[in-house]
Ligand binder design. Structure first.
Ligand code: PMV
Length: 350
């Protein structure tokens, strides 16, 4: 007789990504009705080589359990935690798993809640592991995207794919699509740790108050044109163009954050000191390395450059008094994927 029960345990790995065109804010904050959890802007990101490993096992137990880096998560730990529990419950019901509940073990290779996109990797890995273990595994990116949307992290959707990823928001179905972007650039990303502590305001809280900024409407309007311009720059191998658009978009997002009510201040003086140096180096000509910065919802800037400049730029950043550590990565070709369940979810240092 064929065993129709799902495997009941599965492990997945997913990469972090860093956005060059940022998602910030949902359509529900701006327009009435319709699909309320749609992002207000399209976004574009670089997939990195490091990420998160998640194992999901279905057992007879009273409730779902989530362990993140050995610490138990509870529903009241924030919007993303609450969404993760609701997602597991939706998977249980869709798969008809009766009395079984999920045990989740997630291990992040990057610092948590510090602007290193740990939740993007965690969300994408959880999606793949939960679906596989419950027998709902849909290997298509679009199928996974449908489920992953329930986790309340738009950056997690982009971690379902590899390479340079664009997330488009469409007027017709499917409302969200993930696509790949070709680039003639061989990029290296240098994540600079200037402060490791957990950020005070979650990105979910920030998304909810975007319309309180007088600059929000312009930021939303600029997204589509910036996305097309950066895609053209990537295809043409024009780092100066890509860098200028990415810096403009990150700074505009932080202008919205700073002018939201109440204001959200993620950058520190160390953030700006590093950013100023990167600009000074690229302007000094000669053999000086040409890098560009971007910044997520946290104080730690990511600097990107052509691979030929990466050794020198990394050396200078590592010597910078504000930088505690540099996390170096090429653009990784693959997104979230199933890995053998026997592989221990061990923490790898970046
Ligand atoms: O992962 P989310 O949906 O909470 O939002 C991520 C927001 C930023 O990291 C600041 C920008 C981005 O597009 O990744």
């Amino acid at each position: 007789m064929t065993d129709l029960r799902p495997p009941l345990a599965a492990t997945a790995w997913a990469p972090v990504n860093i956005a060059l065109i940022k998602h910030w804010g949902y359509r529900s904050a701006v327009r009435e009705g319709g699909d309320t959890d749609l992002p207000a802007r399209p976004s574009l990101s670089l997939t990195l080589e490091h990420g998160s490993t998640t194992t999901v096992t279905w057992r007879e137990q009273s409730d779902h359990q989530i362990l993140l880096n050995d610490t138990a998560l509870v529903r009241t730990d924030g919007e993303k935690a609450a969404a993760s529990f609701a997602f597991l419950e939706a998977v249980r019901q869709a798969a008809g798993l009766g009395a079984l509940r999920a045990s989740v073990q997630a291990v992040s290779e990057v610092p948590l809640s510090a602007g290193f996109a740990s939740s993007a990797a965690g969300g994408a890995a959880l999606t793949v592991a939960a679906l596989d273990s419950a027998g709902l595994g849909d290997a298509t990116v679009q199928g996974r995207l449908h489920w992953c949307r329930q986790l309340g992290s738009v950056s997690a959707l982009r971690s379902l794919r590899g390479g340079v990823v664009r997330l488009d928001v469409n007027p017709e179905a499917p409302a969200l699509t993930l696509g790949g972007v070709e680039t003639a650039l061989d990029l290296t990303v240098l994540g600079c740790l200037v402060q490791g502590k957990k950020k005070a305001v979650s990105s979910s809280a920030g998304h909810a108050q975007v319309t309180t900024s007088p600059y929000w409407a312009q930021f939303e309007r600029d997204a589509r044109a910036r996305l097309e311009q950066i895609v053209a720059g990537l295809e043409a191998g024009d780092l100066a163009r890509v860098g200028a658009i990415a810096e403009a978009d990150a700074l505009a997002m932080h202008a919205v954050m700073l002018t939201s009510h109440p204001p959200i201040v993620y950058a520190t003086d160390a953030t700006w000191r590093v950013w100023h140096e990167v600009i000074a180096w690229r302007r000094s000509g000669g053999d000086s390395p040409r890098g560009y910065c971007t910044l997520d919802a946290g104080p730690n800037p990511h600097v990107f450059c052509q691979r030929r400049d990466a050794d020198e730029l990394a050396r200078r950043l590592e010597a910078h008094p504000d930088v505690q550590k540099v996390f170096r990565s090429a653009v990784a070709p693959t997104g979230a994927r199933s890995v053998p369940s026997s592989a221990p979810a061990e923490r790898r240092a970046w």
